[in-house]
Design a protein around this ligand. Structure first.
Ligand code: NI
Length: 172
């Protein structure tokens, strides 16, 4: 297993749409193991393959550091089948470090996909897990949390973020 480098905004790969996983082979299994290790090391609750530079529809999720014990979820080719309600909550992203944004998302989702053995799985959930699922599936479609806020706030964010990148570079 190996720790992978997490891509940060504004790296282009984060804006790209990931492709469906055709076969769950040993390369995919290794990628899953590395993504799980990378997510835990970064203390994240989810990680999508784009974030480690791979354009495959695959994500790993474990919300148990933030709420009651839940199992690790490995989700391949996830699709949101149904959404219900609207909920606003604070959200961060390992690819947009240092920022917590308040976002509206569907309150409840029903998601289908495959597990790492290639077996179909279904998840119907609300609350944090519902939000994380939508966040990770957004990544696979090339969307970040900043793409989910209104355009005025987005421009403000971009300016501030670029400034903070410059400051970080010049202080090295
Ligand atoms: Ni994220």
């Amino acid at each position: 297993m190996a720790l992978l480098e997490i891509k940060k905004y504004p790296e282009k790969i984060l804006k790209e749409k990931a492709a469906y996983v055709e076969s769950i082979d040993s390369d995919i299994q290794r990628l899953i193991d590395d993504m799980v290790e990378t997510m835990y090391a970064a203390r994240g609750v989810g990680l999508a393959a784009n974030q480690v530079g791979v354009l495959k529809r695959l994500c790993v999720i474990d919300t148990s550091i933030r709420e009651e014990e839940r199992p690790l979820i490995v989700l391949i080719n996830p699709v949101i089948i149904e959404k219900e309600g609207i909920e606003e909550a604070k959200e961060g992203c390992l690819s947009v470090p240092g920022y917590i944004l308040t976002l509206k998302r569907s309150a409840k989702v029903y998601v289908k996909g495959l597990n790492r053995e290639g077996k179909p799985i279904e998840i119907e959930t609300r609350g944090l897990l519902s939000r994380v699922l939508q966040h990770e599936i957004d990544h696979l479609d090339g969307l970040l949390i900043i793409d989910r806020i209104n355009p005025i706030k987005r421009e403000f964010f971009k300016k501030r973020y670029k400034k903070s990148l410059k400051t970080a570079t010049s202080s090295k």
